[in-house]
Design a protein around this ligand. Sequence first.
Ligand code: NI
Length: 259
Amino acid sequence: MEFFDTHCHINDKRFRDDLAETVDRAREQYVLNMVTIGTSLATSQRCVEIAQQFDAVHAAVGIQPNCAHEASPTDWESVVALLDEDSVIALGETGLDRYWDDCPFDIQEDFFDRHLRLSQQRDVPFIVHMRECGDDVLRMLTEARRRAPLLGVMHSFTGDLELMQACVELGMYISFAGMVTFKKSDALREVAAAVPAERLLIETDAPYLSPEPMRKQRRNEPQLVIHTAKCLAEVRRESYEELAQQTTKNAKIFFRLEQ
Ligand code: NI
């Protein structure tokens, strides 16, 4: 049995003192692959460094919607150049966010559009952050889908059934993080139960929001993805082994790590 944490931020300073131990702890739980993902040029570069250091770690590079207004004019070109690194397997985080008021929305849309076009030009998967703007994300994905197929994932999905189905129809994968395990998340668990098996992914989004029953652990980390897997197996009435096998296989296909 093995697991794939498709989204974490082990580049975060909270992992500075025990990064190697964090990766080891994950491997002990059979989390044999993880993607550490950037939110800016600097964090993307750091993700690449870490991925070069550990076989189990891969990097995603991009400029997150809440950081887009802080990117200098040359930052985007530098992110594009990082795609040439062997350890870089995806673009992100990208997407849109109406919850935080940090970055003007038109700048967010511009950067989301750049990631989408680059993904299509270079045939690299992209990772979408979405907060309180499902309709806007859907509009931009639909627009992009008219140009070419989409190879993308809705990360830490929290939308409703309708949005999930619309995303799946566009070709997107759906990934769940710790939030799906929370007691109050019955509606989200129903959505998770309905995702087609071949489109389902799991993640921690570490260091944020540890899954139950480890929610009290303030710093989430990749090894805890097994709890999200357990929860999803229950709601989908699948065995734990089946869920692990399917989501790992999906991740390897999505990130092109397997023929
Ligand atoms: Ni994230």
